[in-house]
Design a protein around this ligand. Structure first.
Ligand SMILES: [Fe+2]
Length: 389
């Protein structure tokens, strides 16, 4: 996480006695990543965070992943995926894509999730619509349309929708943060970064729950386990540090533009292990007098490129069947580019009213059950206008 934050009550000196008004010691917990060698937070619990009374293995029912073979550009309609009114944002997320570095899922949640934490890596939500309260041991986050929500590894949380909430969910095998090239040696955003500390939101006050024998579902490196805790895990009266859940809204991303076409890295918003996340936002487009505003054809040699179209009109994809909620997958090994006629049609445009979230992975993305359920089978042939002979 980029910068220091302090919420609730904490003692003046770390690792010293800190007592409740009744005189009992609060239980101090260090939440630290990369083996005490990177960001951390110190949390003060009313009860022992170690007190479990049961542990049960839970089946992981995400289905199989299938290779993108034969290799094809593909298009998906997440808007056609079906979810029950009582779907929750943890156990009902459906897997679209995955590899050893990241799992990409989607859910339309209408019910509160169980308490959960992902001990195998950070999670990143993109809120495509609706709103929710993300309750965490660090405090609550109110999230809505266009928010990215970064939830650090092993942060216990649950998602409580206000009505329904549509979420793209990335589960990383590692940590997700701003691109390092935008940060100073000490972690401050630099002047050329497209967003900065003022654009970020974090918990502001402790969130305290009540109850005994409380279940928490844990995704860990070997599967899923349900713990039962003697006390409610939301019992942190204060914390401080540089590791906590935070929110950044895509509308606060300041696009980097130029006289001629700018390459995808200018849109980069996050980096994770072997993948990046980019935000394509409404922007002034290329202003050289002879500029072609839509992208050139490109062979993304070392990455698979997944684009999630979330708002506006996506000029380069006109005529492809892609609409709001669609995703395109342009894999390494296939040169992709604008649909026929889009380059000519874009000449003279001054502004693109489009919003998209892109995930580029450096290892191939395999296809999950949700991708198979909502694929548009004709997409691969939309550049030629002809199907297989
Ligand atoms: Fe591309």
């Amino acid at each position: 996480m980029p910068f220091y934050r302090r919420v609730g009550e904490i003692p003046a000196k770390r690792h010293t006695q800190f007592r409740s008004p009744q005189g009992s010691l609060y239980a101090e917990e260090l939440m630290g990543v990369e083996g005490f060698s990177a960001d951390s937070a110190l949390l003060y619990h009313r009860n022992l965070p170690t007190a479990i009374v049961n542990a049960v293995a839970v089946p992981d029912e995400r289905g199989e992943l299938r290779a993108n073979h034969p290799l094809k550009p593909r298009s998906y309609r997440t808007q056609d995926l079906k979810f029950g009114a009582d779907a929750d944002a943890v156990t009902d997320r459906r897997r679209l894509f995955g590899n050893a570095d990241v799992t990409i899922g989607f859910v339309v949640a209408g019910a509160a999730s169980p308490l959960y934490r992902n001990a195998a890596g950070d999670e990143l939500f993109y809120v495509q619509g609706g709103s929710a309260t993300v309750e965490t041991i660090y405090g609550a986050l109110e999230v809505g349309d266009g928010d990215y929500v970064v939830i650090p590894t092993s942060c216990t949380y649950r998602v409580v929708p206000n009505g329904t909430v549509r979420l793209l969910v990335l589960e990383a095998r590692g940590h997700i943060g701003p691109p390092k090239r935008y940060l100073s040696a000490r972690g401050q955003f630099l002047e050329h970064a497209p967003y900065c500390e003022r654009d970020l939101r974090g918990p502001t006050e402790p969130l305290l729950g009540d109850g005994e024998d409380v279940d928490v579902l844990v995704r860990h490196r070997a599967g899923l386990t349900r713990y039962t805790y003697a006390h409610h895990p939301f019992d942190v009266v204060g914390w401080d540090g540089c590791l906590y859940p935070w929110v950044f809204n895509i509308d606060d991303f300041e696009p980097i533009t130029g006289r001629v076409h700018q390459p995808p890295p200018v849109h980069q918003t996050f980096e994770g292990p072997n993948f990046v996340v980019c935000s394509f936002c409404p922007r002034k487009v290329d202003y050289h007098p002879l500029a072609i505003p839509v992208p050139y054809n490109h062979a993304n040699v070392d990455s698979d490129e997944l684009m999630f179209y979330v708002r506006g009109n996506y000029e380069a994809r006109k005529g492809s069947g892609i609409g709001i909620g669609s995703m395109s997958l342009h894999p390494s090994g296939f040169t992709h580019g604008p649909q026929p006629g889009a380059a000519e049609a874009s000449i003279g445009a001054e502004f693109f009213d489009e919003t998209a979230v892109m995930v580029d992975t450096f290892a191939p993305l395999e296809l999950g059950e949700a991708a198979e359920a909502c694929e548009d089978p004709g997409y691969a042939w939309t550049w030629s206008g002809r199907g297989p002979a």
